[in-house]
Ligand binder design. Sequence first.
Ligand code: SF4
Length: 62
Amino acid sequence: MKLVVDQGKCCGHARCNDRAPELFELDDLGYVAVNEIEVPEGMEEAALAGARACPERAITIV
Ligand code: SF4
């Protein structure tokens, strides 16, 4: 599983990081710092929770 973050949509709510800090690394301003995230095995539920928590729908599961 892989996540793609549309950094243009990210508004820095950090809700994704709240659900799964290991996956959603933030920059100093609270925006997601990476645009592609490889989800390690066993982290799928956390990845889904983080993606669903994003109010901007900036995170796509591929
Ligand atoms: S929840 Fe969405 S808008 Fe907020 S930091 Fe994460 S990706 Fe960005």
